[in-house]
Design a protein around this ligand. Structure first.
Ligand code: HPA
Length: 248
């Protein structure tokens, strides 16, 4: 297993974690969402934290993003793949599919979003022009191609506050802003990773059409699509890890 890589897994993926390998890491920012565990994917595995906790009890706005990133950095992780379930705004992407976005707009608020809090912690203004690590994004896309899984390259991830879903008018505004994917968790995860010097990329699981865009209730969409998107994402992840092992 490439030791320097970890995955932060989102909703609906906890069952693949192996509790035997659990490693609890304390940080100066409090407790991470859970221990660092092994996510088992076929013959291979990867270090992973369950973003919402092992029992899925932590909503997006209450996740201790700083502790999660600090814990991974503390054990030597230098590359993180965030698995994020998302709603989709644009009609070219369908629930059940996956994508690797290349931009972010942050609409979240009230989250502990920086390590640079002043005083002893210092003040810094990191460059965040390209919020995702391009080499890692490309590795994911190459793994998808090698595995024969369709995976969209690029798109704007709009990080919304949640935990409620959006109104139809909010989705219209987000589309005018340029959003393709709507999710609640890539921020401040991505910027904290950047502050720490960790390469970060997001593998989005499209699980529903955004509010007002589908022809059925969103939770019906979620029920029908999550397993398809999850299967595709894990196939890509497994290919990514195997290619890392084989030095590709
Ligand atoms: N909006 C915001 N976050 C989400 C959605 C959505 O439609 N689906 C899954 N996470």
């Amino acid at each position: 297993m490439p030791e320097s890589v970890a995955v932060i897994i989102g909703s609906g993926c906890q069952d693949l974690l192996e509790p035997v390998s659990a490693r609890t890491v304390k940080t100066a920012y409090g407790s991470p969402s859970g221990p660092i565990q092994t996510l088992r994917l076929g013959e291979t595995g990867v270090a992973a934290i369950a973003r919402h906790g092992v029992e899925h009890t932590i909503p997006p706005h209450k996740i201790n993003y700083r502790a999660n990133i600090a814990a991974l950095a503390a054990v030597g992780i230098t590359r993180v793949i965030g698995l994020n379930t998302v709603g989709v705004v644009s009609s070219i992407r369908e629930p059940g599919q996956i994508g690797v976005p290349d931009q972010i707009i942050d609409y979240t608020w009230g989250r502990e979003h920086t390590f640079f809090t002043g005083g002893d912690a210092g003040v810094d203004h990191i460059e965040f022009t390209e919020p995702f690590a391009e080499p890692l994004r490309n590795e994911l896309l190459n793994a998808a191609e090698a595995a024969g899984v369709e995976c969209y390259d690029g798109g704007v991830y709009a990080a919304t506050q949640g935990p409620r879903l959006e109104t139809a008018a909010e989705v219209n505004r987000l589309e005018r802003d340029g959003a393709d994917y709507l999710g609640m968790t890539a921020m401040p995860e991505a910027s904290l990773a950047a502050e720490t010097g960790i390469d970060y990329a997001c593998l989005c699981l499209v699980v529903n059409k955004a509010a007002g865009r589908g022809d059925r209730p969103i939770h019906d969409d979620l029920a029908a699509s999550t397993q398809h998107a999850r299967a595709r994402a894990f196939t890509v992840l497994e290919a990514f890890l195997k290619r890392g092992q084989d030095g590709e």
